[in-house]
Design a protein around this ligand. Structure first.
Ligand SMILES: Cc1cc2nc3c(=O)[nH]c(=O)nc-3n(C[C@H](O)[C@H](O)[C@H](O)COP(=O)(O)OP(=O)(O)OC[C@H]3O[C@@H](n4cnc5c(N)ncnc54)[C@H](O)[C@@H]3O)c2cc1C
Length: 310
């Protein structure tokens, strides 16, 4: 498995359940992908079975389900895959009969804050919230209008006074979170505003905001700015492996097989009409992909479909 986000972790568990030997390859030092790295404290409400579960708990559960004989490679970025006779060679040092790509958005990189940041307040600008408790009693600006911005505004409002700043009056995120934000007395919604200037004011951030479509500007003082303008996906390295992409996402057939026979893909790295980038969908795709991998490796075997029969 290339990538140990939620889909890679579940795939490794499911593959082991079906008797496959698994190596899990992850470029980051930590397992868990986006939920672990980008929103560990968020309460997820749309994972089947769990009515709600914090992201870090989901990661813990997925990791604890891994079998002891799963080979886990951390800090291991897959750069090259070549096909040699009957197997694939990964980075010139690992050999596998089939590969499942679960690289999600690839190596994610946040979209940068658009203004010059004075050196002495550079440390006040963040792109991720690791520990919301670090913002206890602070005045925090969250910039952005998507899911991350809404999530962080809600999470931080338990500890800090939050201003959510977006260039439009409408938000792109989950409707129920938009409603929660609007009703939350600890979140002020500042729209439609664009950041116009950032200066230092007694060690704090003075952010000047321009009201969109007018000449009006207003200045606000914040202890911290959280920039949540989204992420640039980088999965283009996959093209080097000879795999066909469409809009930077991997094309798969109904068996979750890519354009290269023997290489399968599941999760957010995959694109097809109607796909929604959420974890539950990736889990289902992982089950299809592992079943297809079983059929590829053991074409003559009568497959066991239900875990109750294994
Ligand atoms: C703020 C936010 C909130 C969200 N909220 C929800 C929610 O409430 N419910 C929900 O279902 N979904 C939610 N999502 C979406 C969800 O996080 C993704 O759908 C999910 O993480 C996709 O899982 P994945 O395993 O496919 O990819 P990822 O989580 O992106 O994991 C991919 C892993 O592959 C690794 N990798 C990449 N390239 C390589 C390489 N070349 N070699 C080795 N490793 C590599 C990466 O480091 C990463 O660990 C949210 C996303 C965000 C950003």
């Amino acid at each position: 498995m290339v990538g140990a986000g939620p889909v890679g972790l579940f795939s490794a568990y499911f593959a082991h359940l079906h008797g496959l030997k698994v190596a899990l390859l992850e470029s980051l030092p930590e397992l868990g992908g986006q939920p672990a790295a980008l929103y560990p404290n968020k309460v997820i409400q749309d994972i089947p079975v769990f009515r709600d579960i914090k992201s870090f708990e989901l990661t813990e559960k997925l990791c604890s389900n891994l079998s002891d004989d799963t080979d886990i490679y951390r800090n291991y970025k897959v750069e090259n895959i070549i096909f040699d006779n009957s197997h694939f060679i990964i980075n010139d040092d690992l050999i596998s009969k089939t590969i499942l790509i679960t690289t999600g958005n690839g190596a994610f990189k946040p979209k940068a804050f658009p203004l010059a940041v004075p050196d002495n307040i550079e440390s006040k600008i963040s792109y991720f919230v690791k520990n919301p408790q670090d913002y206890q009693d602070k005045q925090v600006a969250v910039l952005g209008g998507g899911d991350s911005a809404l999530d962080w505004a809600l999470e931080l409002s338990q500890y800090a006074k939050v201003s959510l700043i977006h260039r439009r009056n409408q938000f792109r995120g989950l409707e129920s979170n938009v409603e929660k934000v609007k009703k939350n007395p600890k979140v002020s919604v500042l729209t439609p505003y664009l950041p116009a200037d950032l200066t230092e004011n007694s060690g704090r951030c003075e952010l000047s905001l321009k009201k969109v479509g007018t000449d009006e500007t207003n200045s606000f003082i914040f202890d911290n700015l959280i920039v949540a303008y989204g992420f640039r996906a980088n999965n283009r390295f996959i093209k080097k492996w000879g795999i066909e992409l469409e809009n930077d996402l991997i094309k798969v057939d109904r068996k979750m097989e890519t354009s290269v026979k023997g290489i399968f893909a599941a999760g957010d790295s995959v694109g097809y009409e109607g796909r929604v980038p959420i974890i539950g969908i990736g889990f289902g795709e992982a089950q299809i992909a592992i079943t297809s991998i079983m059929q590829t490796i053991f074409p003559d075997k009568q497959l066991t479909i239900h875990s109750t029969s294994i």
